[in-house]
Design a protein around this ligand. Structure first.
Ligand SMILES: Nc1ncnc2c1ncn2[C@@H]1O[C@H](COP(=O)(O)OP(=O)(O)OP(=O)(O)O)[C@@H](O)[C@H]1O
Ligand code: SF4
Ligand SMILES: [Mg+2]
Length: 419
C-alpha cells in the first residue's frame, strides 16, 4: 500500500449490518492479544460473495503478467519445531514438527491460500513468516530482503509492511484497551509519537473498514463479532502494509457475517494493492477469493496450483479427498464423498516416507507400494502445470476416485454424504 494511504480518497465499504448483539458467540480458538499484534463457513458465505470473484480474476490476470517478476515473498526450507518437555527434570523429550520444510513464492497482488486440516501447521507457518513465531530453520525473502536473520530492531521497519489478521476476533483484542489504543499501539511501536497524527490514522482506518470514526473511545466488549473482526482488520491496515496474513479471518463469525467480512477483504485488496496469505480450511471460500492454493498436510505442502487447475485437476490423493467434501450448492444433486480412514497422525511422530501413507486411498488401491512408506515424495511439476508431492500423482483420476468411492461401506457413505 502506498504511503499516505490515509490521504487517498477511499470509498468506505457499505456500512456493516453486523452491529447488534454483543457477546453472542463463544471464543473459537487461541489468538494472541494486542501487544503481539502490534508487533506484528461456509459455502453460503462464499456464494453470497460470488460477485467479487470478478475482482479476483482481475488479480489473476495481474498475477499471470507478474509471473516473470520477482515474488514479494519467497520461502525456502522453512521449519518450525516446538520442543516437548517431560520427565522429572523437564528435559526435551521430543519435538512437534509443526512446519517441516516448506517452499513457496507469493507474487505481488496475489491471494495465496493455505488449506489443510486442523493442526497441520497453517497458523504456525503464517506466524513464522512474520517472525511472530521464530522459525527453527529456513529462509524468508520479503521484497528481495532476507528477513530470516534480522534482529528484532532491524525487523521493525519490515513489520510495518507485513501484518496479520487473527482468527479469533474476541481473544485478539485486549479487553482493557479502547479502540484508539488497540489500533494505535502498532503506530506507536513504529514511531508515530504524535497523538493527533495517530488518532487521525486510527479514525481513517476505522472508516476504511466500514466503522464509524467516533468508535475510537469504545472498548471491545461493546462490539459484535463482525465489528471486532473489522477492528482487527483496521489494526492491520493502519500501518499501510503490503502483505497481510489472514488467518481464518471469518471462521469464528456467524455465517451471515462471513460474506460481509470476506467482501471487505476483497475490496481492500483491490483498493490498496494488498497481497494476502489467506489461511482457511474452507475450500469453498478459498475458491472464490484466491488465485493460488497450497494444500498442507502434517507440516508439509503436498500440492500447489492455481485455483482453476487445482479444483479441476487435483493430483494429490489428500487434495482429492478434501475437494470431495465440499457441499453441493444444489441440494438435489447427491455427491459421493471420499472418506479418509483413520485419525490424523501426531505431528510429534509423523509417518515415514510419505506422511499421508497411513490414510491414503490411492496407496491402498495400488496394493500398498513400499515406496510410499520409505521414500518422501517431493513436490514436482505435473503435465497439468501444477505441483504435487505424490509418487503416483499420474494415477489419480476421476475413474480411480469413483472406483474407491464405490467400495466404501454404506455407513461411510451415509456419514460422509452431505445431502
Ligand atoms: N506454541 C506451541 N507449542 C507447542 N506446540 C504448538 C504450539 N503452537 C502450535 N503447536 C502445535 O503445532 C501444530 C500445528 O498447529 P497450528 O496451530 O499451526 O495448526 P493449524 O493448521 O493452524 O490448525 P487450526 O486449523 O486448528 O488452526 C499442532 O500440533 C499444534 O498443537
Ligand atoms: S506417495 Fe503414496 S501414500 Fe503418498 S499420496 Fe502418493 S500414493 Fe499416497
Ligand atoms: Mg490455525
Amino acid at each position: 500500500m502506498p504511503t499516505g494511504q490515509s490521504e487517498a480518497s477511499v470509498t468506505p465499504p457499505t456500512a456493516p449490518s453486523d452491529g447488534g448483539a454483543v457477546g453472542d458467540r463463544a471464543p473459537a480458538a487461541e489468538a494472541p492479544a494486542t501487544s503481539e499484534a502490534a508487533a506484528a463457513s461456509g459455502a453460503t458465505a462464499a456464494s453470497e460473495a460470488r460477485q467479487d470473484a470478478d475482482d479476483a480474476s482481475d488479480t489473476r490476470r495481474r498475477v499471470d503478467n507478474a509471473a516473470e517478476t520477482e515474488p514479494l515473498l519467497r520461502v525456502t526450507g522453512l521449519k518450525k519445531y516446538f520442543p516437548i518437555y517431560g520427565g522429572l527434570f523437564r528435559r526435551q523429550i521430543g519435538s512437534v514438527y509443526a512446519v517441516d520444510g516448506v517452499d513457496f513464492d507469493v507474487q505481488r497482488g496475489e491471494t495465496f491460500a493455505l488449506v489443510g486440516e486442523s493442526g497441520c501447521g497453517k497458523t504456525t507457518l503464517g506466524r513464522s513468516l512474520l517472525r511472530l513465531t521464530e522459525p527453527t530453520a529456513g529462509k524468508i525473502m520479503f521484497g528481495g530482503q532476507d528477513i530470516s536473520a534480522l534482529s528484532q530492531d532491524e525487523l521493525r521497519p519490515v513489520r510495518r509492511r507485513m501484518q496479520i489478521i487473527f482468527q479469533d476476533p474476541f481473544g485478539s483484542l485486549n479487553p482493557r484497551m479502547p479502540v484508539s489504543d488497540i489500533i494505535g499501539e502498532g503506530l506507536l511501536a513504529q514511531g508515530v509519537k504524535d497523538r493527533k497524527k495517530r488518532d487521525k490514522k486510527v479514525e481513517d482506518s476505522l472508516e476504511i473498514v466500514g466503522l464509524r470514526r467516533d468508535y475510537t473511545r469504545r472498548y471491545p466488549h461493546e462490539f459484535s463479532g463482525g465489528q471486532r473482526q473489522r477492528i482487527g482488520i483496521a489494526r492491520a491496515l493502519a500501518l499501510d502494509p503490503e502483505f497481510v496474513v489472514c488467518d481464518e479471518p471469518v471462521s469464528a463469525l456467524d455465517v451471515s457475517i462471513q460474506s460481509q467480512v470476506l467482501n471487505l477483504l476483497v475490496d481492500l485488496r483491490r483498493d490498496f494493492n494488498l497481497t494476502y496469505l489467506f489461511i482457511s480450511h474452507n475450500l469453498s471460500v478459498i475458491q472464490y477469493f484466491s488465485d493460488r492454493v497450497a494444500v498442507m498436510y502434517l507440516g508439509k505442502i503436498v500440492e500447489v496450483g492455481t485455483v482453476e487447475r487445482l479444483y479441476k485437476n487435483a493430483r494429490h490423493p489428500y487434495t482429492v479427498a478434501l475437494l470431495s467434501a465440499i457441499p453441493e450448492a444444489d441440494p438435489r444433486r447427491r455427491k459421493k464423498r471420499l472418506v479418509l480412514k483413520g485419525d490424523v497422525p501426531s505431528p510429534a511422530a509423523p509417518p515415514s516416507g510419505c506422511r499421508f501413507h497411513t490414510r491414503c486411498w490411492l496407496r491402498e488401491k495400488l496394493g500398498n507400494p513400499e515406496r510410499c512408506s520409505t521414500e518422501e515424495p517431493l513436490l514436482r511439476v505435473l503435465e497439468t502445470g501444477h505441483t504435487s508431492a505424490c509418487h503416483f500423482a499420474e494415477d489419480v483420476s476421476e475413474q480411480a476416485v469413483s472406483q474407491v468411492v464405490a467400495t466404501q461401506s454404506v455407513v461411510e457413505t451415509a456419514v460422509a454424504d452431505p445431502v
